[in-house]
Design a protein around this ligand. Structure first.
Ligand SMILES: Cc1ncc(C[n+]2csc(CCOP(=O)(O)OP(=O)(O)O)c2C)c(N)n1
Length: 513
């Protein structure tokens, strides 16, 4: 068995059986090993940002990790942006990145770059297998780290891949036990949550499933307000989901939203921070006299902390927790607006759907309607690096093949990773892509004003507007093998969503607003 085969068998033995990939020559032995192990599902993305964004979406919806296959420093760098988003969302992934054979490195061949530098700048675990024997044990370590929510990168030099390995497959150990806050802290926080103006800000696994149920009961028992971050990696919405006060993007709105808070206790979430600094404004949105306590860091034992806190405050299951009631708005006639997209989408979302959100400015109009539609999971861009939506939708659809996925993206963001459409078509993934065609980087108009700059002139408009030439989304979709239509009224959008639901595989709707 060579190093590459030992690695593939290590992945399979450890339960990692999906690999989003974009390979090159230095990975050919790994490709050959994948080829002889059909249990591994290999999915080609036509750009590395698709590979890493898909691995992120897969982690968020499967609760497990996927592998990625990347080509040396340049391939890794192309995937960096969506690894950054994954890191902020605490999604683990197992990156296998090829490198030149050790003896080749001294020649500085064309594809050689500072791979360790670029990989080290985003990876929380890194290993380099300088010999074939190291590949399987390091691969197992990488999987263990990824399952701990880390970006784990194994550099696989070509000669380690083709060299004979004495170490056969290694099964990855379970992730390490997570840290718990001590009992005295939990007891103190339990008391503090009962004080007026207390809020519990939760993140990670406390935003869905058992975690959010537990958090809601703690809030109900103590009277604390339950808060969620705006950039929630995965959060439940729709009928029956826990009502939770989700923060906003604009700093001013968040400051208003948190007015009256005297103490914010964070569990599984970092203290709130404004997305950007603005001249003369504070960096954080809470009132000046508000204490912020981190009870449980995001990489600690969030579930265990919630359980302990629930016990401490006397949660017994009898608490009345506020839940979202289903309300569907009437559709309105006339030209399409962000609100109109929200109304049409609210009618179209089936129970159990997955909504991937990169609607940027239009989100403010869309989501309030969809929030009270059928029950679904929402995935958000966590690191602010745009171009996450389409790849994450790929990963979510691979993780949950029986659940319809909706990718709701601004046109500017979608252009970053447009070739993800091809992978959706090739894999016949059930994704409805809604492109919000406002023909520009609308948020940057808002940000220019928020920074106190004068109104946009020729140069600012040249950098914000994408209307000359107009992007033709149905044509772009067709070129990637995806059927699509353009709509500019609410009723036409509702019809297009019905068509998408009847269509097998992906379908794209350009929603012109
Ligand atoms: C990698 C990266 N480059 C640039 C930006 C800056 N940026 C933020 S939003 C945005 C445009 C988003 O456009 P679109 O998706 O059409 O949404 P809209 O603002 O029009 O609602 C840009 C360029 C960013 N956040 N990330």
């Amino acid at each position: 068995m060579n190093g590459a085969e030992a690695l593939v068998e290590t992945m399979l033995a450890s339960g990692v059986n999906v690999c989003f990939a974009n390979p090159g020559t230095s990975e050919m032995h790994f490709v050959a090993a994948l080829n002889t192990h059909p249990d591994m599902q290999c999915i080609l993305c036509l750009f590395e940002g698709g590979v890493t964004g898909a691995a992120d979406g897969y982690a968020r919806m499967s609760g497990d990790v996927a592998g990625t296959l990347l080509h040396l420093g340049p391939g890794f760098a192309n995937g960096w942006s969506n690894m950054h988003n994954a890191r902020k969302g605490r999604s683990g992934m197992v990156n296998v990145v090829g490198d030149h054979a050790g003896y080749h490195l001294k020649h500085d061949a064309p594809l050689q770059a500072n791979l360790d530098g670029v990989a080290g700048s985003v990876s929380q675990w890194m290993g380099r297998a300088t010999e074939a024997d190291q590949v399987a044990p390091l691969g197992a370590e990488a999987i263990r780290a990824a399952r701990n929510g880390q970006i784990a990168t194994l550099v696989l030099p070509a000669d380690s891949a083709w060299g004979e390995s004495a170490n056969g497959p290694v099964t990855a150990a379970p992730p390490p036990t997570k840290h718990m806050p001590d009992a005295a802290r939990i007891a103190a926080v339990a008391k503090a949550l009962e004080e007026p103006g207390a809020a519990l800000l939760v993140g990670g696994p406390a935003l869905y499933g058992e975690g959010v149920e537990r958090a809601a009961r703690i809030a109900a028992r103590t009277g604390a307000r339950l808060l969620a971050p705006f950039f929630a990696p995965r959060i439940e919405k729709g009928e029956g989901a826990i009502k939770i006060d989700q923060m906003f993007y604009p700093a001013d709105l968040n400051a208003e939203f948190l007015a009256g808070c005297r103490r914010i206790v964070c569990v599984g979430e970092a203290p709130p921070v404004n997305f950007f600094a603005y001249p003369g404004k504070p960096s954080t949105p809470e009132p000046p006299d508000c204490a912020v306590d981190v009870l449980c860091h995001p990489d600690w034992d969030v579930t265990g902390t919630l359980n302990a806190l629930a016990q401490e405050v006397g949660v017994d299951g009898s608490e009345a927790v506020p839940r979202i009631e289903k309300t569907l708005p009437d559709l309105e006639d006339g030209p399409l607006t962000a609100e109109g997209i929200g109304r049409a989408l609210a009618h179209a979302v089936p129970t159990g759907a997955i909504m991937v959100n990169e609607a940027v400015t239009a989100g403010l109009g869309i989501w309030p309607f969809v929030n009270s539609a059928a029950r679904h999971d929402r995935i958000n861009n966590t690191g602010g690096s745009i171009g996450q939506c389409l790849p994450a939708a790929l990963g979510a659809a691979v993780a949950c093949p029986d659940r319809p996925v909706f990718a709701v993206s601004g046109d500017g963001s979608a252009m970053y990773q447009v070739q993800s459409l091809w992978t959706a078509a090739r894999e016949r993934l059930n994704i409805t892509v809604i492109i919000i065609a406002n023909r520009g980087y609308q948020i940057l108009h808002y940000e220019l004003a928020a920074q106190g700059a004068p109104a946009p002139g020729r140069n600012a408009r040249a950098m914000f507007d994408i209307e000359d030439p107009l992007l033709d989304w149905p044509a772009l979709a067709k070129g990637h093998g995806v059927p699509g239509v353009r709509v500019d009224t609410e009723t036409a959008l509702a019809e297009a969503l019905a068509t998408a639901a009847r269509t097998e595989g992906p379908f794209l709707i350009e929603a012109a607003i």
